[in-house]
Design a protein around this ligand. Structure first.
Ligand code: PGA
Length: 254
């Protein structure tokens, strides 16, 4: 069954008290609503709050994700966190290839592929981000751009690895800008991504792939975005920082 996912990416935001409030608010919403069997809710806090999140959500259906992991399994890598350490805590997902990591931390497709392999070896599900910048979209180069991001990374995986892969299409021009891709723009790109997976792997594998939209998704636009045939949920930044906004987006899956 193809999953639909609403994942919150807190980025480097919230303190411990605020984090607790959001985690409890989302957990209580999920517990008191009849969530469809194909819907998964994931919250990705910064590293220091992962233990807290795993502890607070241990009896909840809300899953915990990290925002990064090392490409190495262990050793002398000061400041790094391995995928198996995350799995050890109860973390089930990790966001990799986010445009902010590509831009500010110069992460290449090759490094992101190594991280993806490390995460999958530790049993984590990978939320793998792709997406073009404004300049590329204005030049109508978005399809080629995304194709190249996939070609040099996840298309190197084996088809059995794809069971733990989720793709998030996040046009950079829509992230944190308040400017959302239209439902049609999102659906077109998601259709294209699925088609690329069908070409590189096979159609049944592509049909099972969960493809999320990310970029200024909020309660007011989530219903229209999620109604698109190829949009299987969202990766939510700003609107995941308040329980009422995030649960307003989860409500769009009910
Ligand atoms: P945004 O961020 O929802 O604040 O635009 C999305 C993301 O970067 O994952």
């Amino acid at each position: 069954m193809k999953k639909r996912i609403v994942a919150g990416n807190w980025k480097m935001n919230l303190n411990k008290e605020e984090a607790t409030t959001v985690l409890q608010g989302v957990a209580s919403y999920v517990a008191s609503n009849n969530m469809p069997a194909d819907v998964e809710v994931v919250i990705c806090p910064p590293y220091p709050y992962l233990s807290l999140a795993c502890e607070l959500l241990k009896d909840s259906d809300v899953k915990v994700g990290a925002q990064n992991c090392s490409h190495e399994a262990k050793g002398a890598f000061t400041g790094e966190v391995s995928a198996s350490m995350l799995a050890d805590l109860g973390v089930t997902h990790v966001i990799l290839g986010h445009s902010e990591r590509r831009k500010y931390f110069k992460e290449s497709d090759a490094l992101i592929l190594k991280k993806t392999r490390a995460a999958m070896s530790a049993g984590l599900n990978v939320i793998f981000c792709v997406g073009e910048d404004l300049h590329t979209r204005e030049d109508e180069g978005q399809y080629l751009f995304v194709k190249n991001q996939l070609k040099d990374s996840v298309f190197m995986l084996s088809s059995s690895d794809l069971a733990s892969l989720v793709v998030a299409y996040e046009p950079i021009w829509a992230i944190g800008t308040g400017k959302t891709a239209s439902p049609e723009q999102a659906n077109e790109m998601h259709y294209y991504i699925r088609d690329q997976f069908a070409e590189n792997f096979d159609q049944p594998t592509a049909d099972k792939l969960t493809i999320l939209y990310g970029g200024s998704c909020k309660p007011a636009n989530a219903t229209d975005l999620f109604a698109q045939a190829n949009v299987d949920g969202g990766l939510i930044g700003g609107a995941s920082l308040k329980a009422e906004d995030f649960t307003g987006i989860i409500a769009a899956t009910l």
